[in-house]
Design a protein around this ligand. Sequence first.
Ligand code: AGP
Length: 371
Amino acid sequence: MMAEKGGYKHFMHKEIWEQPRAIADTLRGRMLLSEGDVHFDTWNLSTEQVKSFTKITILACGTSWHSGVAGKHMIESLARIPVEVELASEFRYRDPIVEKSHLVIAISQSGETADTLGAFKEAKRLGAHTLAICNVIGSAMTRESDLHILTNAGPEIGVASTKAFTTQLVTLYLLAVKLGRMRGSLSVEAAQEHLTHLAQVPKMIEDVLKCEPQVKRVAREFMNAQDFLFLGRGPMHPVALEGALKLKEISYIHAEGYAGGEMKHGPIALIDEKMPVVIIAPKNPHVAYEKIIGNIEEVRARGGKVIAVLDEDDTQADSLADHVIRIPSACALLAPVVATIPLQLLAYHVAEMRGNDVDQPRNLAKSVTVE
Ligand code: AGP
């Protein structure tokens, strides 16, 4: 068993460390740098079809839904088409508006999640064009869809999703570039720039994994906390949601993820000296950096403990935080991939220090095949 885990104590830890390789596999053969284009070998949509889409709806659950929220930022920004992200478990029960001009994307690691599959089939029945982004070849969603794209993360055994999430983000970024080129919103040069950024991601993940000793110190200090708050703005909002979900799933500590601007609308009442707040604040305009620094100050003023995830060269915010975790600077839409890694490690080490069954947390299944 230890051999299967490649010397790691848990599959989750192994899968966190596999991410540079997994992301390289997601990218392999798909980036046409000289043409400024993306190649998916399953792609079957014509330029006319892609230009005719009036809206994209993303359907997913849990972690895959978080990648959908990040994907909305990517697709809207690069392909200039409106994107709605729906909880698949809600979609079918509210008489959704689906038209033939809509592209409906299901995101699922397993490709078998009952809620997502049910919603996806309903969207297809109502006439939408369907695209599945899955990690498992031959899964129900890949079979049900008009088009599928594999994330190529390799098998994910740990119930808490890690490499499936970051490879979904990278797949969505590739898709955003592809749609942007086909719809004419991205020039060849702009696409080349995006692809150049993408090509750097595996190395960036290797670099960010070096933060593990620092994350372990934070985990030790807060392993007995009762609650955690995670804050992020713009593309970092889904990262905050994912950080909170990961911690809940395996450490059983109550955690909430919030968009930074929402803190003053309620959660600020929870802040006291017992509350650790993880604030994801890479320095780029999409995340309203000055505003998220304001969040750090608001938490500190109320005695809360700030764990800030900051760019490696950020010297402005580090004196404000109780703990700083450094990440390599990435462009705004790719920063979620990088910033997620320390939060996965935080959840892992807190759960491990608490003696929990990390790979098979209580009450959870890897694939939820009942509604
Ligand atoms: C992730 O850590 C969770 N275990 C869970 O939220 C999961 O992402 C969700 O059930 C969706 O699964 P899927 O991606 O296989 O559809």
